[in-house]
Each structure stands twice: as structure tokens, then as C-alpha cells.
Design a protein around this ligand. Structure first.
Ligand code: GCW
Length: 671
């Protein structure tokens, strides 16, 4: 009896939400339904769709219907959903994967209480490749990961299979992600060893039924490092044969293997330029090895060298002249901005500039530069701004979203119970998948559906919290780097402020001063025609818009201009004053988030409530830290008072300069 009582109490506790650790992500529907689901075909993927619907769908019968397709359509992930409450619902698709996506769509409508009959939905993804890039090392650490260690347990594989692999696959499938690069772009050659490939095969077999294909990051010098070849020159016949053999070996194990991701000649990684060859020659050699297997090469454009006088312009300079020289199974992977995943960047001028080459976007889901897993920063508004930026590459309305053929996101996933460190960081994983499927979705729609699935349907919760999410990126930009400031982070871990940072003898392009250029005259990086002329890489009329200090959007002012401290802003304030007000605004915004959140104590479970509450306290303190550090530092150059109607600094600059955080890459920042 005693035991029974205890069991009952535990069940009630669970139902009431006592054990809410975030491990279920947005997939929290009760699996108690007994729906009648039929299908005109069976396959491992369709079986998953059937099972998901059988256990969660509360409505009448569902029919899954594979339509006869020609070869092209069979690769398509599109689906339709039709039907009404009485007769039941049918989901039709050309591919098994399409049916699975349709099933998740239907369940999402149910879960968010957005089911409106009769159903008449037609969905087709904008991009065929929607891929996560894991920066996971083979030793279990994660570069720029803040949610524990890698979920890939290479030491245990292939014998031990973590249940997380399947949960990971399911979560991705539910939002349309259909591929994953499982290892870091700073790639260990060891990933291509036969023993490692046997482990990768096991992972690929688990992900496959969920429609997810595996890719690998490869090290360009692998032939030399792994097999002792005298060179890894892409024009060397033995090197080419080595890669062909390796590709054959991989495809024997993993017939639907996606291909390679390559970081070459960047930040110390080897590449074709080591042998006097171009990026195109390097990429093509790998593309040829993969071609017969229908594999692709994602070749990164994130290249820069210390000798260049403006890092922002280098990728364009190296890649645009190679346009037309790449094989058709090469895609150039370009970061959203020209520098490096900063809190706000203009879009990279490479988007729209390579007319004969496929280009894909790379965004960073993990918050390397946005407060790690401590700060609440919903990134969909940033990606929305990016995808909707007009490149003018083909006249007006040539949006970034239309210039790319695929989307990749650097994952924020680790082995922590809640997957992402911060409960709200789950929303960024979710948003990436949704936008890679449909870049026209609005950030507020995504926040709405994520909140309803993850926390609560209650409008008194959803509305204020959604508002908070939608302002959170803006807040981070304000208290870290407003008005186009960038890369003034603490050197190395990129968590806190260090505009004064100096690495003695280090590369200039890794030092904050290189980016902010503050002196007694002004602040900002001059990228105009009179400066580095990076503006010239943009299409007309953007190059003029950015070049002219009076037409440059003010939120990018210091990205493109070295502006005088007394430069008149549109609102009549001086630049110095506006900088002060924007930093202060960031602090006030986070305080407001705390107020919004604290009122939600009764609306959701205590566990997640308290977790988020404690992180907001850290964020609030960090916002003040950022504001004080940056204003006190820049004040030494501006030589003007901080406007008297905003909060006074609570730190001394000298104390802040002594702050040294011990943050290893795979650990969450704790201070
Ligand atoms: O932003 C920088 C990061 C590096 C990363 C690099 C890249 C994987 O600080 O950690 O390396 O970008 O994107 O290659």
C-alpha cells in the first residue's frame, strides 16, 4: 500500500510538471491516443509516421498516401494535408520523408491548437538541404558548445548506442532538418579511419529512418596524415585516387552518405593553397571523388589572413574570381555576415555575387558571441533580417533567401539534459529548422508555435513571453555591440567585454582594437571608399548607401564608418550620447525581461521557471558589466560625460580589466 501511494504521488508529481528538465524539447504531446492510421506503403520512415500519429493524434482516422512519382519528385520532401474532422485526414507525398514531415505538421497543429477544418495544406521546402553542423571533436568536447559534452559518444560506439541518437533524429525530423555534419570543421583526420567510419555507420543507420543523412568534415591533409602520402596536392594522381578510395569505402558502409564539409586554408587548417592550388581545384578534387555516389562538397568561404587590411573583404576577394570554376556538386558555404557570427552584421556580400556557383548560408545556432548558454537571445529575428536583406544582385527584391540553395546551422546541442544549456536556446534549434524549411516564416510565428508546444497555451503566458523573445536579440545587440560595433569580446572565449584586449604579438585581426579603432576623433571601422573600400563589394545602390555616413543605416554605422564622437544621429543626439543610451537601453530591456518572467511563476513548472529565472539574473548582471566596460573604456577616447539621466556605472574600469574568466570551450560560462 505504501508503495502504491508513493507511485501515485510520483505520477501526480510528473503530471503536474515536477520533473520538467527540458529533455522532451517541444515534443511534449501525450502519447496516449489510439488513432487509426493506414498507409499505402510501409517503410521504416513511414512506420515512424504511423507510430507518431497512432499515439498522439486525437482526431479521426489518418490515411498516409505515397503518390507515384517520377525520379525527381521522389526526392522531394513536399506534402499535402487534406480532410475534415468527420471523414478524417489524409497526408500525401511523393517521398516517405514527405509523409513523415506531414505527420509532424499535423501533430504540431493539434499541439498548438491551430487545427482548422477543412484542412487544405500544401507544403514544399524552399531548400532541399537543411543541415546542422556539429563542431564536435572526437574526444567528446564541443568547440563553442555550451551544453555539456558531445552527444556523439565515439568511445562507446559502435557497441553502446545512446538513446539520445534516436531522440535527436526525431527532434530534427519534427522541424524538417534532414542532414547533419557530425564532426567539427576543424577536422581531425582520424574521422576517416576505418574504425571511426564503422561508428559513423551506426549513427547513420539510426538517423536514416528519420530522413537524416550524415555528412563528415574532412581535413584536407588526410592523405598525408593518415596514409603517409608525400603530398595532399589536389592535382596529384595518387591523392585523387586516395580520396576516391575513401569515398568508395564510406559509401559501402553508408549508401546515402551526404558528402564532405571542408574548412580549408583558414585559421591554420590545411588546404589547396598549401600546394599553390585554388579553392576551386581543392573542392573539385573532392567533388570528383564523390560524384559517382551523388555526394556533395560544402566548401567554406570563411577564410581570412592576418596580412589582409580588412578581414571583412577577404572571402569575396578569394571566391568571386573563382565563380564558374566549381563542379556542380560543390556548394560554397558562407557565414551570414562577412566577419564572424557577430551579434549584428550586414549580410555577406558573397550572397548574390556568385552567379554560376551554388551558395548556402551558414548561421550559428550556438551562442558563441551572444552570451553562450547564459543569455536569453532568440535568434529568429536576426535570421529573419538576414534572409530578407535585399542584395540587389538581380535588381530590387533579390533577397538573400533567394540567392542561396541550402541552409546550415552550427548546432547548439550537447549532452546536457535539456540539450541546449538554456531552455530558451531550444527555440533557436527549432527556429533554424523552421526557417530552413520556409525562410518566409516570421520570427513571431515561430516563437508562438514553439512556446505553445514547449511551455503553455495560455495567452497570458504566451503573449508577454513571446514579446520578450522577440526583443531579446535586440537587447543583446544593445548591451554588447550597438550601432555596428563588432568583435570587442574577450579574446578567446568570446563571453564578456574586452574592447581593450591585447594579445601581445598576436594576429591583429584577432584583437578588439582592429575592429573598433577608437581614438580621440571617433570610433568604428572605415570600410568606405576612403577606407578599406569593402563597401564596393555590395551591389548598387547598397554600396553608396553604406558608403555615405548620412544614408548608412545607423544600426551598422560603426561597421562601415569611423564616425566622429559628435556625429549627429537622426534623433539629434551625438554619436557618443546615442552609444550611451543604447547600452543603457540594453540593460533596461533585460530588467524588463526579468519582470516579465517573474510573473510567470504560476504559469509553468517550477523547475524550468527557476532555471530561466537564474539565467536572467546572470544576463542582467552581464548587461551592466558590458555597458560599464564599454562606456568607461570608450569614454577615455570620447572625453565626454555619460548623459546624466541614465544609470551611473557601478564598476571601475580598472577592476573590469582584471576580470579573467576561466571558460573552456565545452563548458557553460559560469561567473
Ligand atoms: O568563429 C570562429 C570560431 C572558431 C570556429 C571558426 C569557424 C570552428 O571562434 O571556433 O572554428 O569561427 O567558423 O571556422
Amino acid at each position: 500500500m505504501k508503495h502504491l501511494l508513493l507511485v501515485c504521488w510520483l505520477c501526480c508529481a510528473c503530471l503536474q510538471g515536477f520533473a520538467e528538465d527540458g529533455s522532451r524539447l517541444w515534443l511534449r504531446a501525450d502519447a496516449t491516443a489510439k488513432a487509426v492510421v493506414t498507409a499505402n506503403k510501409k517503410s521504416p520512415t513511414i512506420n515512424i509516421a504511423i507510430q507518431e500519429l497512432q499515439t498522439q493524434w486525437q482526431g479521426n482516422a489518418v490515411k498516409l498516401n505515397i503518390q507515384n512519382a517520377n525520379k525527381n519528385k521522389a526526392l522531394n520532401d513536399a506534402y499535402t494535408i487534406a480532410g475534415d474532422a468527420k471523414t478524417g485526414v489524409s497526408i500525401s507525398a511523393f517521398s516517405d520523408r514527405g509523409l513523415l514531415y506531414g505527420a509532424y505538421h499535423l501533430l504540431r497543429l493539434q499541439q498548438t491548437k491551430r487545427l482548422v477544418y477543412p484542412l487544405n495544406i500544401q507544403e514544399s521546402p524552399k531548400y532541399n538541404l537543411r543541415i546542422l553542423n556539429h563542431w564536435d571533436n572526437l574526444d567528446g568536447t564541443v568547440e563553442r558548445g555550451y551544453a555539456g559534452r558531445s552527444i556523439w559518444k565515439w568511445d562507446e560506439l559502435p557497441a553502446v548506442i545512446s538513446p539520445r541518437y534516436k531522440e535527436y533524429a526525431r527532434a530534427n525530423a519534427s522541424i524538417g532538418i534532414n542532414a547533419a555534419v557530425v564532426n567539427n570543421v576543424n577536422a581531425s583526420p582520424q574521422i576517416l579511419r576505418t574504425e571511426m567510419l564503422a561508428k559513423v555507420k551506426v549513427v547513420a543507420d539510426i538517423l536514416r529512418p528519420y530522413g537524416i543523412r550524415v555528412f563528415l568534415s574532412v581535413n584536407f591533409s588526410s592523405p598525408t596524415i593518415l596514409s603517409g602520402l608525400p603530398t595532399s596536392d589536389p592535382l596529384d594522381a595518387a591523392v585523387q585516387q586516395w580520396w576516391r578510395n575513401k569515398a568508395n569505402e564510406i559509401y559501402k558502409l553508408i549508401p546515402d552518405f551526404g558528402g564532405f564539409l571542408v574548412k580549408a586554408n583558414s585559421e591554420g587548417q590545411p588546404g589547396p593553397q598549401d600546394f599553390g592550388r585554388t579553392h576551386a581545384q581543392g573542392a573539385n578534387m573532392l567533388a570528383d571523388a564523390l560524384k559517382t555516389h551523388k555526394g556533395i562538397v560544402m566548401w567554406r568561404a570563411f577564410v581570412y589572413s592576418p596580412s589582409n587590411d580588412d578581414r571583412a573583404g577577404q572571402a569575396y576577394m578569394e571566391f568571386v574570381p573563382l565563380d564558374g570554376q566549381f563542379r556542380d556538386n560543390v556548394i560554397i558555404q558562407v557565414k551570414n555576415g562577412p566577419i564572424d557570427f557577430q551579434p549584428r552584421e550586414p549580410f555577406s556580400p558573397l550572397f548574390g555575387a556568385m552567379k554560376k556557383t551554388d551558395v548556402m548560408a551558414e548561421v550559428q545556432i550556438t551562442q558563441e558571441y551572444l552570451g553562450h548558454a547564459n543569455h536569453l537571445a532568440f535568434l529568429a529575428p536576426m535570421w529573419e533580417e538576414f534572409l530578407n536583406s535585399d542584395t540587389y544582385s538581380n535588381g530590387k527584391n533579390s533577397l538573400v533567401a533567394g540567392t542561396i540553395t541550402a541552409m546550415s546551422g552550427v548546432a547548439n546541442i550537447g549532452d546536457e539534459t535539456n540539450w541546449n544549456g538554456h531552455h530558451f536556446a531550444q527555440a533557436n534549434w527549432y527556429a533554424f529548422g523552421r526557417l530552413a524549411w520556409n525562410p518566409q516564416l516570421r520570427a513571431d510565428e515561430i516563437a508562438d508555435e514553439w512556446l505553445r508546444q514547449t511551455f503553455s497555451q495560455d495567452a497570458d503566458f504566451v503573449e508577454p513571453v513571446k514579446k520578450m523573445m522577440l526583443q531579446s536579440w535586440d537587447a543583446v545587440v544593445h548591451y554588447m555591440m550597438p550601432l555596428g560595433l563588432h568583435h570587442i569580446f574577450a579574446v578567446g572565449h568570446h563571453y564578456g567585454p574586452e574592447p581593450w584586449g591585447v594579445i601581445p604579438g598576436g594576429r591583429p585581426d584577432w584583437q578588439p582594437w582592429y575592429f573598433h579603432n577608437a581614438d580621440t576623433l571617433g570610433v568604428g571601422f572605415d570600410r568606405t571608399a576612403a577606407g578599406s573600400n569593402a563597401v564596393s563589394q555590395y551591389f548598387v545602390p547598397l554600396r553608396q548607401t553604406f558608403n555615405d555616413i548620412n544614408t548608412c543605416p545607423e544600426n551598422l554605422l560603426l561597421w562601415f564608418h569611423h564616425a566622429p564622437w559628435n556625429h549627429a544621429m537622426h534623433n539629434g543626439r551625438s554619436l557618443w550620447q546615442e552609444l550611451c543610451y543604447q547600452y543603457d537601453e540594453g540593460v533596461q530591456q533585460v530588467r524588463e525581461f526579468q519582470k516579465v518572467w517573474d510573473q510567470q511563476a504560476a504559469a509553468i513548472d517550477a523547475e524550468r521557471f527557476e532555471h530561466v529565472q537564474s539565467r536572467l539574473k546572470i544576463q542582467s548582471r552581464d548587461a551592466v558589466w558590458w555597458k560599464d566596460a564599454c562606456l568607461l573604456y570608450f569614454q577615455e577616447f570620447a572625453r565626454q560625460p555619460i548623459p546624466y539621466d541614465i544609470e551611473r556605472p557601478v564598476h571601475n574600469l580598472e577592476d573590469l580589466k582584471r576580470v579573467k574568466l576561466e571558460i573552456s570551450n565545452h563548458e557553460n560560462a559560469k561567473r
